[in-house]
Ligand binder design. Structure first.
Ligand SMILES: Nc1ncnc2c1ncn2[C@@H]1O[C@H](COP(=O)(O)OP(=O)(O)OP(=O)(O)O)[C@@H](O)[C@H]1O
Ligand SMILES: [Mg+2]
Length: 241
């Protein structure tokens, strides 16, 4: 994939073509400079974290970009594996147990089942914490943004029925942004009030939604982000209640 930067010229060219690798390479160069500045040391080696649903092509783009930035990846691990390592470093008890890491972002879901146990290191014979990633799966193109969109469609219908006016694109964007806030409020509260000043045609729009109504509005997405967990656990000999 290439981007075309209009208005930048090199010699006779009227625009510059720039590849995805070069764009990410610039980002990595900047990150490298920041790390060197704050760590007060040269940085060459790195560990790269990627979403577990990324394709080989996507991974190769990142590896090429690292080379552009003169960075050497010691290891590539998935985002949830990184979370599992963090959990292993901080866990207080020494029991063997399994943990499900459920990572729902704005646009994707990543699920990982990991087992934590303390084992004796074969060389030193001293106990070491071990992390075994048992299984994982990822779903691209489903996430928090879908919930915002459904909520925005719900409130837009209420607005349009009440005022007999159709929202323009600017108002729709405003509605979407406010609905993300409502969703976050509903994570910890039974009701989600919506107040948008000057939403459209000078109208201040106010409405609200209960948690139960919210769950009804987003039921298709809820199913999409929860149902795959059951066969995933069963496939790993865990019987969800
Ligand atoms: N308190 C909350 N309650 C519900 N949703 C929340 C809350 N805080 C953030 N979110 C939602 O979580 C999503 C962002 O999560 P996160 O930062 O993990 O995404 P991301 O890693 O950038 O996206 P992705 O992994 O899909 O590429 C957004 O949809 C945001 O609205
Ligand atoms: Mg994420």
């Amino acid at each position: 994939m290439e981007f075309i930067l209009d208005g930048f010229s090199l010699g006779d060219e009227k625009s510059i073509k720039i590849s995805l690798e070069q764009v990410f390479g610039m980002v990595f160069k900047y990150v490298k400079q920041l790390s060197e500045k704050h760590g007060k040391t040269k940085v060459k080696d790195c560990v790269i974290v990627m979403p577990n649903y990324w394709t080989l092509d996507q991974r190769v783009i990142i590896l090429n970009a690292l080379a552009i930035a003169d960075l050497y990846p010691l290891s590539v691990i998935s985002e949830n594996t990184a979370a599992a390592l963090q959990y292993a470093m901080n866990r207080q008890d020494n029991t063997t147990h399994r943990v499900l890491f459920y990572n729902l972002g704005a646009n994707a879901l990543q699920v990982t089942l990991a087992e934590f146990r303390v084992a004796n290191d074969t060389k030193s014979k001293s106990p070491v914490e071990t992390v075994h990633i048992i299984d994982e799966f990822g779903l691209a193109r489903v996430g928090g943004l879908d919930i915002d969109v459904l909520l925005a469609q719900h409130f837009t219908k209420i607005f349009e029925n009440k005022y007999k006016k159709q929202l323009n694109n600017r108002a729709k964007v405003k509605m979407l942004e406010e609905c993300e806030q409502v969703k976050e409020v509903l994570s910890a509260n039974k009701d989600g009030p919506l107040v948008i000043e000057e939403l459209f045609d000078g109208i201040d729009f106010q409405s609200k939604i209960t948690r139960a109504e919210f769950e009804e509005v987003i039921k298709d997405i809820l199913e999409k982000i929860t149902q795959p967990i059951v066969p995933f656990l069963r496939a790993n000999d865990i019987r969800p209640k």
